[in-house]
Write a protein that binds this ligand. Structure first.
Ligand code: HEM
Length: 394
C-alpha cells in the first residue's frame, strides 16, 4: 500500500490547513493517524502526546544532528544542532545561569524595569500594536541584557537587524540556497559585539557567567550558542506573551480572575502555553529505519513533532480546547519540549510573561482588542497573532 493510501488524512492536508485553524485538523490526525505522512510537509507529523515525547526523548533514534538543519550552516554548530556528548558539552556551561534561582536573582528587577520603560512610552497613547510594540521589544531587551550587550536604542535596532538577517539566511539555506553574504556579515557583526562581553566578569551578564564555565568550548563555539540563545529568546517569547494576551483579552472571565487574584498568574500562563505553544513544531531526523506507533519510518526522513497537538491530547487533558487554569495537570504540556533539548530558557520565559502581563494589565485598565478575529494566533512552526492592535482609555 502506498503512503498516500495508508495515511489519507495526512495526504489531504495543505499548508494552509496547518497554518490557520489548525486544532480541528490536529484532532482529526491524532484520532486516526497519530503518526502520519504529510506530502505538504514532505515529512512525518506526530500528533499524539506519548509518541511526541518518545521522539523527543530518544536522540539516538531521532536526532537534530543532520545536514537538513540549516541553523548550523549559518551560526556554526551549537547545542541546538548537536546530540549526545557534543550536545552536553555545548549546553553544559549554560545550565547553571539558566536555573530558576539564578534567573530570578539576575532578571526579576531587570525585566520589571524593561516592562516599566516600555509602558512609560505607551500609556499616554491610548492605542498600540502590542505584539510589535510591547512583547517583541521586551524579548529583545531581555536577551540584550542576558548577552551583556549595551541596552541603547541603537543596539536594540542593531540586534534586531542581525537577527532578521540571520533568520532570513537560515530560511534561504532551508530552501536550498547557499549561506547569503548578508547572513555571514550579520553573524560576524554579532560575534564582534559578543566577544568583549564574554570576557567580562561573570556577574555582568548571563553570557559572561556561562563563558566562565565553558572550559572546553572555544570562543567561536560560545558565540554560536549565544546566537542560538538569541533565536530561542526572541521570536518564541514575543509569541508567548502575545498569545497569552490574546486569550486574556478575548476571555473576560479569565481576565477578571487574574485581576482579582494575582496568585493565579502562573496557572493562567501555563494554560496559555498549553493551548497555543509559540513554537508549535520541533523537528528531528530518523537515524535509522524505525517504527513509531503504527508507522514505518525510513532512515533520514524528517519527523515533525506537533507540540500544539500533543498539548491538546484528550487522553491527558479533559476538554482539551477549553482554557481552564484550574485543571489538575496544567504543567503536563510539552510547550518547552522534553528530553535533552528541553528549553533552556523556560524559567526566564515564564518570568518575562508573568511580569509583562501583570504590569501591563495593572497599568492599562480598560485594555481592549480592536479586532479579536484578526488577532487569532496562526502559523505552522511559530504561532502567534499577526497583530495585536489594542486600545485603552487615557
Ligand atoms: C528567554 C527566552 C528563551 C530562551 C533564552 C530560550 C532558549 C532555548 C535554547 C537555547 C534552546 C535549545 C536547547 C538545546 O537544544 O539543548 C531552546 C529549546 C527550546 N525552546 Fe526555548 N528559549 C526561550 C523561550 C522559549 C519559549 C517562550 C518557548 C515556547 C513558548 C520555547 C520553546 C522551546 C522549544 C520547543 C525548544 C526545543 C527545541 C527542540 O527540541 O528542537 N523557548 N530554548
Amino acid at each position: 500500500m502506498s503512503r498516500l493510501d495508508q495515511f489519507p488524512v495526512g495526504a489531504s492536508l495543505t499548508l494552509a490547513d496547518l497554518e490557520n485553524d489548525v486544532h480541528p485538523v490536529l484532532h482529526r490526525l491524532r484520532a486516526v493517524e497519530p503518526v502520519s505522512w504529510l506530502p505538504a510537509l514532505n515529512a512525518w507529523l506526530v500528533t499524539r502526546r506519548d509518541l511526541a515525547i518518545e521522539v523527543m526523548r530518544k536522540p539516538d533514534l531521532f536526532t537534530v544532528d543532520h545536514a537538513g538543519f540549516s541553523t548550523a550552516q549559518v551560526v556554526g554548530p551549537s547545542m541546538l544542532s548537536l546530540d549526545g556528548g557534543e550536545h552536553l558539552r555545548h549546553r553544559g556551561p549554560f545550565e547553571a545561569p539558566f536555573r530558576l534561582g539564578a534567573v530570578q536573582a539576575r532578571f526579576s528587577g531587570v525585566v520589571a524595569a524593561h516592562v516599566e520603560e516600555l509602558l512609560d512610552g505607551l500609556t499616554a497613547r491610548g492605542r498600540a500594536e502590542l505584539r510589535r510594540e510591547f512583547a517583541g521589544p521586551l524579548a529583545v531587551k531581555t536577551m540584550i541584557t542576558a548577552l551583556g550587550l549595551d541596552d541603547t536604542e541603537t543596539s536594540v535596532a542593531a540586534v534586531l537587524g542581525w537577527y532578521d538577517a540571520i533568520v532570513d539566511a537560515v530560511t534561504r539555506v532551508t530552501a536550498g540556497e547557499p549561506v547569503s553574504q548578508a547572513g555571514r556579515a550579520a553573524f560576524a557583526a554579532l560575534k564582534d559585539n559578543l566577544l568583549p562581553a564574554l570576557k567580562r566578569p561573570p556577574e555582568t551578564s548571563l553570557l559572561a557567567a556561562a563563558a566562565g564555565m565553558a572550559g572546553g568550548l572555544s570562543e567561536d563555539q560560545i558565540v554560536s550558542n549565544a546566537a542560538v540563545l538569541l533565536f530561542g529568546g526572541i521570536e518564541t517569547t514575543e509569541g508567548m506573551i502575545a498569545n497569552a494576551l490574546y486569550f486574556l483579552l478575548t476571555q473576560p472571565d479569565i481576565l477578571n480572575l487574574v485581576r482579582t487574584n494575582s496568585s493565579l498568574w502562573p496557572a493562567v500562563i501555563e494554560e496559555s502555553l498549553r493551548l497555543e505553544p509559540a513554537a508549535a513544531v520541533v523537528d528531528r531526523y530518523a537515524v535509522q529505519d524505525v517504527r513509531l506507533g503504527q508507522a514505518q519510518l525510513a532512515a533520514g526522513e524528517l519527523v515533525r513533532v506537533s507540540l500544539a497537538a500533543a498539548n491538546r491530547d484528550p487522553a491527558v487533558f479533559a476538554n482539551p480546547d477549553t482554557f481552564d487554569p484550574f485543571r489538575p495537570n496544567l504543567r503536563a504540556h510539552v510547550t518547552f519540549a522534553q528530553g535533552p533539548h528541553v528549553c533552556l530558557g523556560l524559567h526566564l520565559a515564564r518570568l518575562e510573561a508573568h511580569v509583562a502581563l501583570a504590569q501591563l494589565l495593572t497599568r492599562l485598565p480598560g485594555l481592549q482588542l480592536e479586532n479579536p478575529e484578526a488577532a487569532r494566533p496562526r502559523g505552522l512552526v511559530f504561532r502567534k497573532p499577526p497583530a495585536l492592535r489594542a486600545t485603552w482609555p487615557v
